[in-house]
Design a protein around this ligand. Structure first.
Ligand code: SF4
Length: 202
């Protein structure tokens, strides 16, 4: 019997598709995404500004969109992809591990860490992992599925929002570092990871 480690790159078939989110698309594609709901393309740019720049999750404040349309547009373009299940803290609150539930009940983690000179979030790019590293508990459980670009980006936006809202001791701050060192091998989910990288750098 071979003791060679088996690497798994293909995710098992999924029963439910991840809802599409603005953060799954490039700026040009976002306009098409908006028009697929019968919205003018410029609504995508407006919502992207609220989501990426203002870190807003409250459509009632999106004053450049008619009030009666805001919630519906938010639900269509930025559906809720991750829901906080539990947070645990250590280092006097300067380190916080968040457990997130995805739309299909899958759980992933991110960790937010505040230091004297930076704030770093460590995010997950896959649920489980197929790389089978012998020292890693995530790897022993195997690959459940890839995360979408939206699900990856949501972890980053949630961390940036927590920093801006002063949820860590020391008051409001800016998220400065993002590392893809949570659950999953990022390069095994290349397209979604690269979309999320472009979301935060473009
Ligand atoms: S999560 Fe990282 S360390 Fe763990 S099995 Fe995957 S690649 Fe290896």
């Amino acid at each position: 019997m071979s003791d060679e480690l088996k690497l798994v790159f293909d995710e098992p078939p999924q029963r439910k598709k991840v809802p599409k989110h603005l953060a799954d698309f490039s700026p040009a594609e976002r306009k098409e995404f908006a028009t697929s709901f019968g919205l003018p393309g410029y609504r995508a740019s407006q919502v992207a500004t609220h989501y990426f720049s203002h870190l807003s999750k409250d459509p009632t404040t999106w004053s450049d969109i008619p009030a009666e349309m805001r919630q519906n547009i938010a639900d269509q373009l930025t559906p809720k992809l991750i829901e906080l299940v539990r947070s645990i803290t250590c280092d006097n609150g300067m380190t916080r591990k968040d457990l997130w539930k995805l739309h299909d009940g899958v759980l992933v983690e991110s960790v937010l860490m505040r230091y004297t000179d930076r704030v770093t979030v460590c995010i997950s790019s896959q649920a489980g992992c197929g790389m089978n590293c012998p020292f890693c508990a995530t790897g022993q459980a195997g690959l459940t599925r890839n995360l979408s670009a939206g699900e990856i980006t949501e972890q980053i936006v949630a961390a940036a929002r927590a920093c801006a809202d002063g949820e860590l001791p020391g008051g409001p701050t800016r998220l400065s570092n993002i590392v893809f060192m949570g659950m999953g091998e990022p390069l095994a989910n290349y397209n979604a990871v690269m979309r999320s990288v472009r979301n935060i750098t473009d």
